[in-house]
Design a protein around this ligand. Structure first.
Ligand code: ASP
Ligand code: MG
Length: 472
Protein backbone atom coordinates (compact mmCIF):
# COMPACT_ATOMS: atom_id res chain seq x y z
CA UNK A 1 0.00 0.00 0.00
CA UNK A 2 1.33 3.48 -0.83
CA UNK A 3 2.55 5.68 2.02
CA UNK A 4 0.31 8.16 3.76
CA UNK A 5 -3.27 8.40 4.84
CA UNK A 6 -6.01 8.43 2.23
CA UNK A 7 -9.37 10.18 2.40
CA UNK A 8 -12.24 9.73 -0.06
CA UNK A 9 -14.70 12.63 -0.16
CA UNK A 10 -18.02 12.29 -1.95
CA UNK A 11 -20.12 15.36 -2.74
CA UNK A 12 -23.84 14.83 -3.20
CA UNK A 13 -26.03 16.66 -5.71
CA UNK A 14 -26.84 19.67 -3.54
CA UNK A 15 -23.17 19.97 -2.54
CA UNK A 16 -22.29 20.69 -6.19
CA UNK A 17 -25.71 22.00 -7.20
CA UNK A 18 -25.16 25.77 -7.18
CA UNK A 19 -22.44 28.40 -7.39
CA UNK A 20 -22.50 28.76 -3.61
CA UNK A 21 -22.21 25.00 -3.07
CA UNK A 22 -19.37 24.70 -5.58
CA UNK A 23 -17.44 27.47 -3.84
CA UNK A 24 -17.84 25.65 -0.53
CA UNK A 25 -16.95 22.26 -2.01
CA UNK A 26 -13.79 23.69 -3.58
CA UNK A 27 -12.73 25.15 -0.25
CA UNK A 28 -13.37 21.82 1.48
CA UNK A 29 -11.25 20.02 -1.11
CA UNK A 30 -8.44 22.53 -0.68
CA UNK A 31 -8.54 22.19 3.12
CA UNK A 32 -8.56 18.40 3.03
CA UNK A 33 -5.20 18.35 1.33
CA UNK A 34 -3.70 20.11 4.35
CA UNK A 35 -4.54 17.23 6.67
CA UNK A 36 -4.44 14.25 4.33
CA UNK A 37 -1.59 12.96 2.17
CA UNK A 38 -3.91 11.50 -0.39
CA UNK A 39 -7.43 12.65 -1.27
CA UNK A 40 -9.89 11.36 -3.87
CA UNK A 41 -13.01 13.38 -4.72
CA UNK A 42 -16.19 11.71 -6.01
CA UNK A 43 -18.99 13.87 -7.37
CA UNK A 44 -22.70 13.37 -7.96
CA UNK A 45 -24.59 15.09 -10.73
CA UNK A 46 -25.78 18.62 -9.88
CA UNK A 47 -29.03 18.38 -7.89
CA UNK A 48 -32.08 17.66 -9.98
CA UNK A 49 -30.12 16.76 -13.09
CA UNK A 50 -30.44 12.97 -12.96
CA UNK A 51 -34.21 13.24 -12.54
CA UNK A 52 -34.41 15.66 -15.43
CA UNK A 53 -32.40 13.35 -17.67
CA UNK A 54 -34.44 10.27 -16.78
CA UNK A 55 -37.72 12.15 -17.24
CA UNK A 56 -36.62 13.21 -20.72
CA UNK A 57 -35.81 9.61 -21.62
CA UNK A 58 -39.12 8.41 -20.19
CA UNK A 59 -41.10 10.98 -22.22
CA UNK A 60 -39.10 10.11 -25.30
CA UNK A 61 -40.08 6.47 -24.84
CA UNK A 62 -43.71 7.69 -24.96
CA UNK A 63 -42.88 9.45 -28.21
CA UNK A 64 -42.74 12.95 -26.68
CA UNK A 65 -39.68 15.06 -27.40
CA UNK A 66 -41.42 18.45 -27.14
CA UNK A 67 -39.86 19.39 -23.82
CA UNK A 68 -36.36 18.48 -24.98
CA UNK A 69 -35.46 22.04 -25.99
CA UNK A 70 -36.48 23.27 -22.55
CA UNK A 71 -34.43 20.54 -20.85
CA UNK A 72 -31.45 21.46 -22.98
CA UNK A 73 -31.60 25.07 -21.91
CA UNK A 74 -32.10 24.15 -18.25
CA UNK A 75 -29.00 21.97 -18.32
CA UNK A 76 -27.02 24.63 -20.13
CA UNK A 77 -28.11 27.33 -17.69
CA UNK A 78 -27.32 25.23 -14.63
CA UNK A 79 -23.83 24.19 -15.69
CA UNK A 80 -22.79 27.24 -17.69
CA UNK A 81 -23.76 29.78 -15.05
CA UNK A 82 -21.51 27.95 -12.58
CA UNK A 83 -18.71 27.75 -15.14
CA UNK A 84 -19.04 31.48 -15.90
CA UNK A 85 -19.04 32.42 -12.25
CA UNK A 86 -16.24 30.17 -11.08
CA UNK A 87 -13.74 29.41 -13.86
CA UNK A 88 -11.54 32.47 -14.28
CA UNK A 89 -9.27 31.09 -17.00
CA UNK A 90 -11.07 31.85 -20.23
CA UNK A 91 -9.65 28.95 -22.26
CA UNK A 92 -10.47 26.46 -19.53
CA UNK A 93 -13.95 27.95 -19.16
CA UNK A 94 -14.71 27.68 -22.87
CA UNK A 95 -13.23 24.19 -23.09
CA UNK A 96 -15.38 23.06 -20.15
CA UNK A 97 -18.53 24.53 -21.64
CA UNK A 98 -17.79 22.86 -24.97
CA UNK A 99 -17.36 19.49 -23.22
CA UNK A 100 -20.64 19.94 -21.38
CA UNK A 101 -22.38 20.98 -24.59
CA UNK A 102 -21.30 17.68 -26.16
CA UNK A 103 -23.09 15.80 -23.38
CA UNK A 104 -26.21 17.93 -23.78
CA UNK A 105 -26.22 17.19 -27.51
CA UNK A 106 -25.76 13.54 -26.75
CA UNK A 107 -28.87 13.64 -24.52
CA UNK A 108 -30.83 15.11 -27.40
CA UNK A 109 -29.60 12.42 -29.79
CA UNK A 110 -30.28 9.62 -27.35
CA UNK A 111 -33.80 10.88 -26.67
CA UNK A 112 -34.57 11.20 -30.36
CA UNK A 113 -33.39 7.65 -30.91
CA UNK A 114 -35.49 6.44 -27.98
CA UNK A 115 -38.53 8.25 -29.42
CA UNK A 116 -38.04 6.56 -32.79
CA UNK A 117 -37.75 3.14 -31.17
CA UNK A 118 -40.65 3.90 -28.84
CA UNK A 119 -38.80 2.28 -25.95
CA UNK A 120 -35.83 2.91 -23.70
CA UNK A 121 -33.76 -0.16 -22.91
CA UNK A 122 -32.00 -0.26 -19.52
CA UNK A 123 -28.76 0.19 -21.42
CA UNK A 124 -30.07 3.36 -23.09
CA UNK A 125 -31.36 4.62 -19.73
CA UNK A 126 -27.86 4.26 -18.30
CA UNK A 127 -26.34 6.12 -21.23
CA UNK A 128 -28.77 8.94 -20.46
CA UNK A 129 -28.47 8.84 -16.65
CA UNK A 130 -24.66 8.87 -16.75
CA UNK A 131 -24.64 12.28 -18.46
CA UNK A 132 -25.35 14.11 -15.19
CA UNK A 133 -22.14 12.94 -13.51
CA UNK A 134 -20.18 13.32 -16.71
CA UNK A 135 -21.17 16.98 -16.85
CA UNK A 136 -20.64 17.70 -13.14
CA UNK A 137 -17.25 15.97 -13.28
CA UNK A 138 -16.03 18.31 -16.05
CA UNK A 139 -17.43 21.29 -14.19
CA UNK A 140 -16.08 20.51 -10.72
CA UNK A 141 -12.76 19.32 -12.15
CA UNK A 142 -12.28 22.62 -13.97
CA UNK A 143 -13.38 24.76 -11.02
CA UNK A 144 -11.06 23.02 -8.57
CA UNK A 145 -8.17 23.11 -11.03
CA UNK A 146 -8.81 26.78 -11.79
CA UNK A 147 -8.72 27.59 -8.08
CA UNK A 148 -5.12 26.40 -8.00
CA UNK A 149 -5.62 22.99 -6.34
CA UNK A 150 -3.46 20.34 -8.00
CA UNK A 151 -6.15 17.98 -9.31
CA UNK A 152 -7.03 15.81 -12.26
CA UNK A 153 -10.51 14.81 -13.46
CA UNK A 154 -10.92 11.16 -14.43
CA UNK A 155 -14.16 9.40 -15.30
CA UNK A 156 -15.01 6.44 -13.07
CA UNK A 157 -16.02 4.32 -16.09
CA UNK A 158 -12.27 3.94 -16.67
CA UNK A 159 -11.78 1.95 -13.48
CA UNK A 160 -15.13 0.86 -11.95
CA UNK A 161 -15.74 -2.22 -14.05
CA UNK A 162 -19.14 -3.85 -13.65
CA UNK A 163 -21.37 -6.57 -15.05
CA UNK A 164 -24.03 -5.60 -17.60
CA UNK A 165 -26.89 -5.42 -15.13
CA UNK A 166 -27.80 -1.95 -16.39
CA UNK A 167 -29.35 0.50 -13.90
CA UNK A 168 -28.11 -1.57 -10.98
CA UNK A 169 -24.72 -2.83 -12.06
CA UNK A 170 -22.48 -4.83 -9.77
CA UNK A 171 -18.74 -4.18 -9.76
CA UNK A 172 -16.17 -6.86 -10.48
CA UNK A 173 -14.00 -6.17 -7.46
CA UNK A 174 -10.88 -7.88 -8.80
CA UNK A 175 -10.69 -5.93 -12.03
CA UNK A 176 -11.88 -2.76 -10.31
CA UNK A 177 -9.13 -3.04 -7.68
CA UNK A 178 -6.44 -3.42 -10.28
CA UNK A 179 -7.72 -0.58 -12.49
CA UNK A 180 -8.47 1.83 -9.65
CA UNK A 181 -5.04 1.41 -8.12
CA UNK A 182 -3.39 1.55 -11.53
CA UNK A 183 -5.08 4.82 -12.47
CA UNK A 184 -5.53 6.71 -9.21
CA UNK A 185 -2.31 5.88 -7.35
CA UNK A 186 0.04 7.49 -9.92
CA UNK A 187 -2.07 10.68 -9.84
CA UNK A 188 -1.85 10.78 -6.05
CA UNK A 189 1.85 9.83 -6.06
CA UNK A 190 2.42 13.00 -8.09
CA UNK A 191 0.64 15.01 -5.40
CA UNK A 192 -2.59 15.55 -7.34
CA UNK A 193 -6.18 14.96 -6.23
CA UNK A 194 -8.11 12.66 -8.57
CA UNK A 195 -11.65 13.99 -9.07
CA UNK A 196 -14.01 11.36 -10.36
CA UNK A 197 -17.68 10.73 -11.12
CA UNK A 198 -19.92 8.79 -8.78
CA UNK A 199 -22.72 6.49 -9.98
CA UNK A 200 -21.04 5.43 -13.25
CA UNK A 201 -19.15 2.31 -14.23
CA UNK A 202 -18.55 0.44 -17.45
CA UNK A 203 -18.68 -3.18 -18.59
CA UNK A 204 -15.37 -4.83 -19.59
CA UNK A 205 -16.33 -3.89 -23.17
CA UNK A 206 -16.58 -0.24 -22.16
CA UNK A 207 -20.38 0.16 -22.23
CA UNK A 208 -21.55 2.70 -19.62
CA UNK A 209 -23.48 1.31 -16.62
CA UNK A 210 -24.81 2.88 -13.44
CA UNK A 211 -24.85 1.53 -9.90
CA UNK A 212 -28.49 2.41 -9.18
CA UNK A 213 -30.15 5.64 -8.06
CA UNK A 214 -28.23 7.41 -5.34
CA UNK A 215 -25.24 5.23 -6.23
CA UNK A 216 -22.52 7.85 -5.83
CA UNK A 217 -22.20 6.93 -2.16
CA UNK A 218 -21.58 3.37 -3.27
CA UNK A 219 -18.94 4.56 -5.76
CA UNK A 220 -17.08 6.28 -2.92
CA UNK A 221 -17.26 3.11 -0.83
CA UNK A 222 -15.99 0.96 -3.70
CA UNK A 223 -13.03 3.24 -4.34
CA UNK A 224 -12.27 3.42 -0.62
CA UNK A 225 -12.31 -0.34 -0.20
CA UNK A 226 -10.17 -1.17 -3.22
CA UNK A 227 -7.42 1.44 -2.78
CA UNK A 228 -7.80 1.07 0.28
CA UNK A 229 -8.50 4.39 2.04
CA UNK A 230 -8.59 5.20 5.73
CA UNK A 231 -11.80 7.20 5.75
CA UNK A 232 -14.79 8.11 3.57
CA UNK A 233 -16.55 11.42 4.10
CA UNK A 234 -19.97 11.88 2.54
CA UNK A 235 -20.67 15.59 2.06
CA UNK A 236 -24.37 16.41 2.02
CA UNK A 237 -26.69 19.28 2.96
CA UNK A 238 -27.54 18.34 6.55
CA UNK A 239 -25.44 17.98 9.72
CA UNK A 240 -25.13 14.21 9.51
CA UNK A 241 -27.71 11.63 10.52
CA UNK A 242 -30.49 13.00 12.65
CA UNK A 243 -32.60 11.40 15.35
CA UNK A 244 -35.64 12.06 13.17
CA UNK A 245 -36.91 14.17 10.32
CA UNK A 246 -36.55 17.76 11.59
CA UNK A 247 -39.61 18.75 9.57
CA UNK A 248 -41.65 16.48 11.83
CA UNK A 249 -39.78 16.73 15.12
CA UNK A 250 -38.35 20.11 15.93
CA UNK A 251 -36.16 18.68 18.70
CA UNK A 252 -34.45 16.33 16.22
CA UNK A 253 -30.69 16.56 16.51
CA UNK A 254 -27.57 15.13 14.94
CA UNK A 255 -26.31 11.79 16.19
CA UNK A 256 -22.56 12.13 16.77
CA UNK A 257 -22.12 8.40 16.33
CA UNK A 258 -24.10 5.55 14.89
CA UNK A 259 -23.30 1.91 14.16
CA UNK A 260 -23.32 0.36 10.71
CA UNK A 261 -26.28 -1.83 11.64
CA UNK A 262 -28.28 1.15 12.79
CA UNK A 263 -27.59 3.24 9.73
CA UNK A 264 -28.41 0.32 7.47
CA UNK A 265 -31.81 0.17 9.13
CA UNK A 266 -32.28 3.91 8.71
CA UNK A 267 -31.29 3.86 5.07
CA UNK A 268 -33.70 1.01 4.50
CA UNK A 269 -36.50 2.71 6.32
CA UNK A 270 -36.61 5.72 4.18
CA UNK A 271 -34.22 8.15 5.82
CA UNK A 272 -32.21 8.17 2.60
CA UNK A 273 -29.02 8.97 4.41
CA UNK A 274 -26.77 6.61 2.57
CA UNK A 275 -27.18 4.31 -0.36
CA UNK A 276 -27.69 0.92 1.36
CA UNK A 277 -24.92 -0.77 -0.62
CA UNK A 278 -22.36 1.73 0.66
CA UNK A 279 -22.03 0.11 4.01
CA UNK A 280 -20.77 -3.36 3.25
CA UNK A 281 -17.50 -2.57 1.41
CA UNK A 282 -16.61 -0.03 4.05
CA UNK A 283 -17.35 -2.31 7.01
CA UNK A 284 -15.48 -5.20 5.47
CA UNK A 285 -12.39 -3.06 4.92
CA UNK A 286 -12.64 -1.50 8.43
CA UNK A 287 -12.87 2.02 6.98
CA UNK A 288 -14.36 4.89 8.98
CA UNK A 289 -17.24 6.75 7.45
CA UNK A 290 -18.40 10.24 8.26
CA UNK A 291 -21.39 12.22 7.05
CA UNK A 292 -20.88 15.95 7.00
CA UNK A 293 -22.50 19.17 5.85
CA UNK A 294 -20.99 21.11 2.94
CA UNK A 295 -22.85 24.19 4.14
CA UNK A 296 -21.61 23.85 7.72
CA UNK A 297 -18.21 22.18 7.36
CA UNK A 298 -17.01 22.82 10.90
CA UNK A 299 -19.88 20.75 12.33
CA UNK A 300 -18.53 17.29 13.26
CA UNK A 301 -21.46 15.51 11.57
CA UNK A 302 -22.04 11.82 12.25
CA UNK A 303 -19.36 9.15 12.47
CA UNK A 304 -20.17 5.57 11.65
CA UNK A 305 -18.60 3.03 13.94
CA UNK A 306 -18.32 -0.67 13.28
CA UNK A 307 -19.90 -1.52 16.64
CA UNK A 308 -21.17 1.86 17.66
CA UNK A 309 -21.44 2.56 21.35
CA UNK A 310 -23.65 -0.49 21.59
CA UNK A 311 -26.45 1.93 21.01
CA UNK A 312 -26.83 2.82 24.66
CA UNK A 313 -26.53 6.41 25.68
CA UNK A 314 -27.71 7.05 29.25
CA UNK A 315 -29.38 3.69 29.24
CA UNK A 316 -31.54 4.69 26.32
CA UNK A 317 -31.64 2.25 23.48
CA UNK A 318 -33.63 4.05 20.82
CA UNK A 319 -31.55 6.41 18.74
CA UNK A 320 -33.72 7.42 15.84
CA UNK A 321 -37.31 7.27 14.65
CA UNK A 322 -38.37 7.24 11.00
CA UNK A 323 -41.57 6.90 9.03
CA UNK A 324 -42.30 5.43 5.63
CA UNK A 325 -45.59 6.62 4.26
CA UNK A 326 -47.82 5.48 1.43
CA UNK A 327 -48.06 1.84 2.41
CA UNK A 328 -50.99 -0.53 2.59
CA UNK A 329 -51.33 -3.60 4.75
CA UNK A 330 -52.39 -6.66 2.84
CA UNK A 331 -54.02 -9.47 4.82
CA UNK A 332 -54.69 -13.03 3.77
CA UNK A 333 -57.07 -14.70 6.20
CA UNK A 334 -58.97 -17.93 6.60
CA UNK A 335 -59.34 -20.84 8.98
CA UNK A 336 -58.30 -23.24 6.29
CA UNK A 337 -54.78 -21.84 6.42
CA UNK A 338 -54.12 -23.29 9.85
CA UNK A 339 -51.22 -25.72 9.78
CA UNK A 340 -51.11 -25.83 6.00
CA UNK A 341 -47.50 -25.63 4.87
CA UNK A 342 -46.64 -23.48 1.89
CA UNK A 343 -49.22 -20.68 2.23
CA UNK A 344 -46.57 -18.09 3.06
CA UNK A 345 -44.29 -19.34 0.31
CA UNK A 346 -47.06 -19.08 -2.25
CA UNK A 347 -48.21 -15.72 -0.97
CA UNK A 348 -44.76 -14.17 -1.19
CA UNK A 349 -44.14 -15.92 -4.50
CA UNK A 350 -47.23 -14.18 -5.85
CA UNK A 351 -46.09 -10.84 -4.42
CA UNK A 352 -42.63 -11.30 -5.89
CA UNK A 353 -44.11 -12.02 -9.31
CA UNK A 354 -45.42 -8.44 -9.33
CA UNK A 355 -41.93 -7.08 -8.65
CA UNK A 356 -43.02 -5.62 -5.31
CA UNK A 357 -40.74 -5.69 -2.31
CA UNK A 358 -42.23 -6.10 1.14
CA UNK A 359 -40.96 -3.85 3.94
CA UNK A 360 -42.80 -5.53 6.86
CA UNK A 361 -44.34 -8.94 7.59
CA UNK A 362 -46.30 -10.37 10.53
CA UNK A 363 -48.15 -13.59 11.22
CA UNK A 364 -49.95 -14.66 14.38
CA UNK A 365 -49.29 -18.09 15.84
CA UNK A 366 -52.88 -19.08 15.15
CA UNK A 367 -51.76 -19.14 11.51
CA UNK A 368 -55.15 -17.91 10.44
CA UNK A 369 -53.80 -14.82 8.81
CA UNK A 370 -50.70 -13.35 7.33
CA UNK A 371 -50.28 -9.65 6.98
CA UNK A 372 -47.63 -7.57 5.26
CA UNK A 373 -47.05 -4.08 3.97
CA UNK A 374 -46.60 -3.09 0.35
CA UNK A 375 -46.24 0.33 -1.24
CA UNK A 376 -49.72 1.75 -1.99
CA UNK A 377 -49.18 1.94 -5.70
CA UNK A 378 -48.52 -1.82 -5.87
CA UNK A 379 -51.46 -2.88 -3.67
CA UNK A 380 -53.94 -3.50 -6.47
CA UNK A 381 -51.48 -5.57 -8.46
CA UNK A 382 -50.52 -7.58 -5.37
CA UNK A 383 -54.17 -8.29 -4.51
CA UNK A 384 -54.84 -9.46 -8.07
CA UNK A 385 -51.82 -11.75 -8.00
CA UNK A 386 -52.87 -13.22 -4.63
CA UNK A 387 -56.45 -13.77 -5.72
CA UNK A 388 -55.26 -15.55 -8.80
CA UNK A 389 -52.79 -17.69 -6.91
CA UNK A 390 -55.26 -18.68 -4.21
CA UNK A 391 -58.31 -18.94 -6.50
CA UNK A 392 -58.94 -22.52 -5.48
CA UNK A 393 -58.60 -21.89 -1.73
CA UNK A 394 -60.84 -18.84 -2.03
CA UNK A 395 -63.52 -20.82 -3.87
CA UNK A 396 -63.66 -23.54 -1.20
CA UNK A 397 -63.37 -20.93 1.60
CA UNK A 398 -60.08 -22.27 2.98
CA UNK A 399 -59.10 -18.67 2.57
CA UNK A 400 -61.90 -16.27 3.44
CA UNK A 401 -60.48 -13.14 1.97
CA UNK A 402 -57.51 -11.22 0.74
CA UNK A 403 -57.73 -7.50 1.34
CA UNK A 404 -55.79 -4.32 1.79
CA UNK A 405 -56.22 -1.51 4.31
CA UNK A 406 -56.41 2.19 3.54
CA UNK A 407 -53.08 3.92 3.31
CA UNK A 408 -50.92 3.48 6.42
CA UNK A 409 -47.42 4.38 7.58
CA UNK A 410 -44.61 2.27 9.00
CA UNK A 411 -42.91 3.86 11.98
CA UNK A 412 -39.52 2.44 12.90
CA UNK A 413 -37.58 2.96 16.09
CA UNK A 414 -33.91 2.25 15.46
CA UNK A 415 -31.25 1.44 18.03
CA UNK A 416 -28.85 -1.44 18.73
CA UNK A 417 -30.16 -3.66 21.45
CA UNK A 418 -33.88 -3.24 20.82
CA UNK A 419 -34.27 -7.02 20.87
CA UNK A 420 -32.00 -7.84 23.76
CA UNK A 421 -32.80 -5.02 26.15
CA UNK A 422 -35.83 -5.68 28.34
CA UNK A 423 -38.51 -3.02 28.45
CA UNK A 424 -37.93 -1.31 25.12
CA UNK A 425 -41.09 -2.59 23.49
CA UNK A 426 -42.98 -1.77 26.68
CA UNK A 427 -41.84 1.83 26.61
CA UNK A 428 -42.71 2.21 22.97
CA UNK A 429 -46.21 0.85 23.25
CA UNK A 430 -47.02 2.72 26.45
CA UNK A 431 -45.93 5.92 24.78
CA UNK A 432 -48.17 5.28 21.82
CA UNK A 433 -50.99 4.07 24.04
CA UNK A 434 -50.82 7.18 26.22
CA UNK A 435 -51.20 9.31 23.13
CA UNK A 436 -54.11 7.17 21.95
CA UNK A 437 -52.32 6.07 18.82
CA UNK A 438 -53.58 2.75 17.59
CA UNK A 439 -50.97 0.27 16.35
CA UNK A 440 -52.23 -1.84 13.45
CA UNK A 441 -49.27 -4.23 13.15
CA UNK A 442 -45.85 -4.80 14.67
CA UNK A 443 -42.63 -6.32 13.39
CA UNK A 444 -39.85 -6.97 15.80
CA UNK A 445 -37.19 -9.56 16.37
CA UNK A 446 -35.80 -10.12 12.91
CA UNK A 447 -33.34 -7.34 13.58
CA UNK A 448 -31.69 -6.34 16.83
CA UNK A 449 -31.59 -2.75 15.73
CA UNK A 450 -35.21 -1.91 15.08
CA UNK A 451 -38.85 -2.25 15.99
CA UNK A 452 -41.42 -1.31 13.36
CA UNK A 453 -45.09 -0.64 13.76
CA UNK A 454 -47.84 0.27 11.40
CA UNK A 455 -50.15 3.18 12.19
CA UNK A 456 -52.89 4.99 10.34
CA UNK A 457 -51.69 7.74 8.03
CA UNK A 458 -53.17 10.50 10.14
CA UNK A 459 -51.21 9.28 13.18
CA UNK A 460 -47.83 9.31 11.40
CA UNK A 461 -46.45 12.54 12.77
CA UNK A 462 -47.90 12.07 16.26
CA UNK A 463 -46.33 8.64 16.46
CA UNK A 464 -42.93 9.84 15.32
CA UNK A 465 -42.99 12.72 17.81
CA UNK A 466 -44.19 10.49 20.64
CA UNK A 467 -41.41 7.97 20.10
CA UNK A 468 -38.85 10.71 19.73
CA UNK A 469 -39.57 11.60 23.34
CA UNK A 470 -37.92 8.31 24.25
CA UNK A 471 -34.66 9.49 22.70
CA UNK A 472 -33.97 12.87 24.26
N1 ASP B 1 -26.94 11.27 -9.63
C1 ASP B 1 -27.36 9.96 -9.23
C2 ASP B 1 -28.77 9.99 -8.71
O1 ASP B 1 -29.36 11.05 -8.58
C3 ASP B 1 -26.43 9.34 -8.26
C4 ASP B 1 -26.25 10.09 -6.97
O2 ASP B 1 -26.50 11.27 -6.89
O3 ASP B 1 -25.82 9.45 -5.99
O4 ASP B 1 -29.32 8.96 -8.47
MG1 MG C 1 -27.54 10.55 -2.27
Amino acid sequence: MPEGKTLIMKFGGTSVGSVDALVKATQIIRDAKKDWDRVVVVTSAMSGVTNLLLDSAASAAQGTVDSLAETESMLREKHFSAADALIKDEDLREKTKTEIEVYIKSLVNLCKAIAVLGEASPRAMDAVASLGERMSLRLLGAIVHDSGVRSKAIESSEFIITNDHFQNAHPDFNVTTEKTRGLLNPIMDDGFIPITSGFIGATPEGVITTLGRGGSDYSAAIIASVLPANEVWIWTDVNGVMTSDPRIVKEARTLPEISYGEIAELAYYGAKVLHPKTIRPVVEAGIELRICNTFNPSHPGTRLKANGSNGKTNGRVIKAVTAIRNQRLVTIEGRGMLGVPGVAARAFGAVASTGTSVPLITQASSEQSICFAVPSESAKQVLDALEKNFALELSVRDIDRVWATEEVAIITAVGSGTRNTPGVAGKIFSKLGNKEINVLAIAHGSSDVSISMVVETIDTEFAVRALHELIV
